[in-house]
Design a binder for this molecule. Sequence first.
Ligand code: AMP
Ligand code: ZN
Length: 473
Amino acid sequence: MTELRLFNSLTRQIEPFVPVHPGEARVYTCGPTVYNYPHIGNMRAYVFADTLGRVLSYKGYKLNHVINITDVGHLTDDADAGEDKMEKMAAEKAQSIWDIARHYTEAYWEDIKALNIRQPAHWSIATDYVPAMIEFAKSIADKHCYELEGGLYFDTSTVANYGALARAKTEDGEGRIEEVEGKRHAADFAIWRKTPEGETRQMEWDSPWGKGAPGWHLECSVMSEALLGLPFDIHTGGIDHREIHHPNEIAQNQARCHSDSSGANIWMHNNFLIERSGKMSKSSGEFLRVQLLIDKGFHPLAYRLMCLQAHYRSELEFSWEGLQAAFVRLKRMVMGVENLRQKASSEPSGQADMSIYQADDRVSNDLNTAEVIVIVESIAAMKGYAQDRLDAIYKIDEMLGLNFASLTRQDLRIRPKAAIITEAEIETALAARKEARAAKDFARSDAIRDNLIAKGVEVMDGDPMGWDWRLDI
Ligand code: AMP
Ligand code: ZN
């Protein structure tokens, strides 16, 4: 197998993957703050982390993957300002934070399943680790923190090279971080936020710095250390985390370990999914969720394919046309695999070498999944024994997670929620139209077609993929 090489945001270079513990890969992924449904941009971060995990497993490493669930501490502004997102939503909905957290965690897990993202070894829930967070904070408080009225703050000047990941200097924090009275440096951040005098919060814990809640950055340092040990191999997150959240995690890890080590050997960041009309924002009414794609008749794996067609470090612009193109591509691939399955049942197997090494080579180059997809397509189209080609596609799909071993053409027919006609009714109408055409009754055949169009059915006569019709709502 080719040596795996990954882009390390810390050094801004592609580096070989050398595990801290031979034979193992320990990966931490910043998870969602469960105050609302995740949008499909958020899910790009987990498709990326899952693909990385799959590649590590494919290459034979024993994967230990942690994704956290943030149910406390994340403020409306990453840079330590604003309200707690969970508290705010709970107040808006007049529900308990625990109910809000449960509801949106479950919704997130449904999207995880829909996108064929494998279960990590641990889902770490932030509120389960508050005692560990207090212990961690106590261990670094004397040398690295100071107390203000609002809570315990981390002094970023006490660690070497603060902000190296963001390529920012401490003073650069000025513009990007809201001032808090008494903070020694603009980039200093709260690791414990005290509940203001006279107030009670739904979520608060006793600590040496008063009743309050942990800071969001502290959570990830504590959970990654608790479950993976410092240093571990790879830390992932969206590119926005490269600017504040991860530099702050690194500062805490340095303080904790009394060293300059960032806590992870490689820091990896997926770029954003962008959408020009603002539908990606959770504050817009019908924002882009996986469920919305399904409601419109798209199979969620079409979105996974859309993500894998782009390099994870490139921005990806979302459009319905782009999703439709990915969906058609997925259909073609699934039909190709179904053909191979049919052929394979009546053919011997030849055990030929089927370009798996090429796929391994491409993916080893900082996860070039776009080229791996092309290789799968060429294997489906090339000559050779069907079973060999199938085996190769299934093997490569261990990295892509497009579910070729079980996904069928039938699975891809998803009825849009707004459809007013069923598949059976469409098939009956099309059969009647076929009869009318055979009898040269074109008036009747046109009428049936017009009726179908009125119900959103696009009749695709002679579609080379044999798809025949499509519901276009
Ligand atoms: P949050 O729940 O806001 O903490 O976000 C969860 C994950 O999604 C984080 O890793 C973010 O960096 C990532 N993320 C947020 N918006 C996008 C986007 N538009 N495209 C890709 N990743 C995103
Ligand atoms: Zn995090």
